[in-house]
Design a protein around this ligand. Structure first.
Ligand code: RB5
Length: 150
C-alpha cells in the first residue's frame, strides 16, 4: 500500500506521529510537507496530495491540520477525491466501506496520537463494500462532473 501524507503547521506534530506509526507497521508513505512549524496555508499543502491520489499515484491519502476541517474542504474540491474527516474509528470504517473515501483527514487540536493511530488503522484495513454504495458514489462523481471540479 502506498500512501501520501501532508499537513499544515497546525497538523505537523500529528503528521509526524502518524509517519512514525506507519514506519512501525511497515506501510510506505510519501511526505508532501509541511516540514517546519512555520505558518502555511492549508490549501497549498493539500493540492499535491489530492492531485496525486486522484491520479491514482497513491492508494490513499492522509491530511492533517489543526481541526482536519480545512484540509477536508480543500481536498474535496479536487475531482475524484472523497476526503473524510474522521475523529472516531466507526466513522473511519464507514468512510471506506460506504463512501469509498480515498483521503482521511484529522485534526491535531482535536484528537491525540493514540486515537489517531486507531482511526488510521481502521481506515487502512477497511474495504469498500460496493453494491448500492457504489451507485451512490457514482452519483457523487456525476455531481462533480455537472457542477464543480475538473
Ligand atoms: C491553522 O491555524 C488552522 O486554521 C488550520 O490548521 C486548520 O485547522 C484549518 O481548518
Amino acid at each position: 500500500m502506498q500512501l501520501a501524507i501532508a499537513s499544515d503547521h497546525g497538523g505537523l506534530q500529528l503528521k509526524t506521529e502518524i509517519i512514525d506509526y506507519l514506519k512501525e507497521v511497515a506501510i510506505d508513505c510519501q511526505d508532501f510537507g509541511t516540514y517546519s512549524g512555520e505558518s502555511v496555508d492549508y490549501p497549498d499543502i493539500v493540492m499535491p496530495v489530492a492531485e496525486a491520489v486522484a491520479k491514482k499515484e497513491f492508494d490513499l491519502g492522509i491530511l492533517c491540520c489543526g481541526t482536519g476541517i480545512g484540509v477536508s474542504i480543500a481536498a474535496n474540491k479536487v475531482s475524484g477525491i472523497r476526503a473524510a474527516l474522521c475523529h472516531d474509528s466507526f466513522s473511519a470504517r464507514m468512510a471506506r466501506e460506504h463512501n469509498n473515501a480515498n483521503i482521511i483527514t484529522m485534526g491535531e487540536r482535536v484528537i491525540g496520537a493514540g486515537l489517531a493511530r486507531d482511526i488510521l488503522a481502521t481506515f487502512l484495513h477497511a474495504q469498500f463494500s460496493g453494491g448500492r454504495h457504489a451507485r451512490r458514489v457514482d452519483k457523487i462523481h456525476n455531481i462533480e462532473k455537472k457542477y464543480c471540479c475538473r
